[in-house]
Design a protein around this ligand. Structure first.
Ligand SMILES: [Zn+2]
Length: 481
């Protein structure tokens, strides 16, 4: 265990990264690092703790990219996703993929606090601490990386191995934790993070407050709650005063939290309640907030109650809570989404479609609303329209939204286009890096097709996918030894 608080007398330099400037990071070029991150994500997306929610992903990723735009020295394309876990933690994986526990969002009192932890993680990414940690020789990193590479290779070997998928994030977070970050690395990430935070318009004090709270919590409650985070990123009095000094030297930036923050926080409070008892506790908490707060925070709390009631199948209560959420506030894309889902939960597809149509027209930048519109077109049997809409979204959102291909494939299947359906599924698997599944879909498409020209096109696609698969194997083999 590295010195938890870095107090004098604690084991000094944590098992950690070498001092800055060593060459080990050079083993992993940014392009290879990205591929490695992708390979972990292929499995991670099947991890039951992965929060597969377009709204949450879009909110976190937009925040991450806003921060990364100001990363000193630049940063790779940042992808941020939520992890269903009430523990306060965040972890960075190779290639710019960052996982944020739901517990971190729920325990943030302001948006700048959440942004502060995210900025610190991006600081580790932009300073290439992650790449160094994963490729470090003669350290715990080598052994852990080898076992991860073996699991990823097993995944590439074909047969979808759910068990290795389950462990993907656990392993990535464990590697972060096993390595710990050195004090130098922490200081670098703090400095880079603080700069990003203020340049992106957040309150730099948020970072100092959040880390201060994490330090207090981990002191009282070692191993639980914030313990995991504090053991990965050793907190110390020096770090805290360094941060506070920087905040004092910065112009006073008082930034209002976005409404989105409160709605996403309320959603995640419900998402992370896995059983009836925890859900009751979450509803209790949200009801208290609804009674004691006003404005957007009150509306968001009521919205959270509505989500919990939808989950419990109490549609009447959900409807009441949503109506209250609108009172004294205004329309919001989140409330609109919940109303669409409520109509679906009540079995009224026509109403869900009508609501989704109106909501998407009003908030076209909210991808979740576009998905709900397409899905409700599909449920209404209007596959031609769904197909046209999805194709158009594909042009706008590109490969950022591989799920579009999945939905296109569903409509193609319904429209009796089995070859196109399999090729679109293959595109989906290629976009998320699940290569064996892509090859298998293409082979099925090849077998069904009776058009010579189409067959030769598919042959080319199969060859390309197989080449990529072979390259990926070679990459992972390098880390196994
Ligand atoms: Zn750190």
């Amino acid at each position: 265990m590295p010195g938890l608080l870095g107090a004098p007398g604690a084991p000094a330099q944590p098992v950690g990264l070498p001092s800055m400037g060593t060459a080990s990071g050079a083993d992993l070029s940014p392009a290879l690092e990205r591929r490695l991150g992708e390979a972990i994500m292929v499995q991670g997306r099947r991890d039951p703790t992965y929060i597969d929610d377009t709204e949450v992903i879009q909110y976190l990723t937009v925040m991450g990219r806003k921060l990364a735009a100001h990363a000193p020295g630049g940063a790779p394309q940042i992808e941020v996703f939520g992890v269903r876990d009430p523990g306060i933690n965040a972890f960075a994986m190779p290639g710019g993929y960052i996982g944020i526990n739901s517990g971190l969002v729920v325990s943030s009192d302001t948006e700048s606090e959440l942004a502060g932890v995210l900025a610190h993680e991006i600081g580790h990414v932009s300073q290439r601490h992650i790449a160094r940690g994963f490729t470090q020789q003669n350290q715990t990193g080598t052994i852990m990386m080898a076992s991860m590479a073996a699991a990823l290779l097993a995944g590439l070997a074909g047969g979808v191995d759910l068990a290795s998928g389950l462990a993907a994030f656990g392993q990535a977070a464990a590697i972060n934790q096993q390595l710990g970050f050195s004090r130098d690395a922490e200081r670098e990430a703090d400095r880079a993070g603080m700069e990003m935070l203020s340049k992106a318009g957040y309150d730099p004090g948020g970072m100092a407050r959040m880390f201060g709270r994490l330090m207090n919590v981990s002191r009282l409650n070692e191993g639980r709650g914030a313990g995991a985070y504090a053991s990965t990123h050793p907190l110390s009095i020096e770090r805290m005063s360094d941060m506070q000094n920087r905040v004092r030297a910065m112009p006073d930036l008082h930034r209002a939290d976005s409404d989105d923050f409160w709605f996403v926080r309320a959603r995640l409070r419900v998402t992370q309640a896995l059983d009836g008892q925890n859900l009751r506790a979450a509803v209790q908490q949200l009801n208290n907030e609804a009674q004691s707060l006003s404005g957007v925070r009150q509306a968001a709390a009521r919205y959270g109650v509505a989500l919990a009631e939808i989950q419990r199948g109490n549609t009447a209560e959900a409807e009441r809570a949503l109506a209250q959420a609108r009172e004294g506030y205004r329309d919001s894309p989140q409330i609109a989404r919940a109303e669409i889902e409520l109509a679906s939960a009540s079995g009224d597809t026509a109403q869900a479609l009508q609501r989704a149509d109106a909501a998407y027209k009003r908030w076209p930048d909210r991808r979740i609303l576009g998905y709900l519109y397409a899905q409700n077109l599909q449920r209404s049997g209007r596959h031609q329209e769904a197909m046209a809409f999805l194709q158009e979204r594909l042009k706008a959102w590109g490969d950022e939204e591989p799920r579009l291909y999945q939905l296109i494939a569903q409509s193609a299947e319904a429209l009796q286009q089995p070859v196109a359906a399999r090729r679109d599924m293959a595109r989906y698997y290629l976009a998320v890096g699940a290569l064996p599944a892509a090859v298998s879909q293409l082979q099925q498409a090849r077998n069904i097709s009776s058009d010579f020209y189409e067959q030769s096109q598919i042959d080319v696609e199969i060859r390309e996918a197989k080449d990529r698969l072979a390259e990926e194997r070679k990459l992972l083999e390098r880390f196994r030894s």
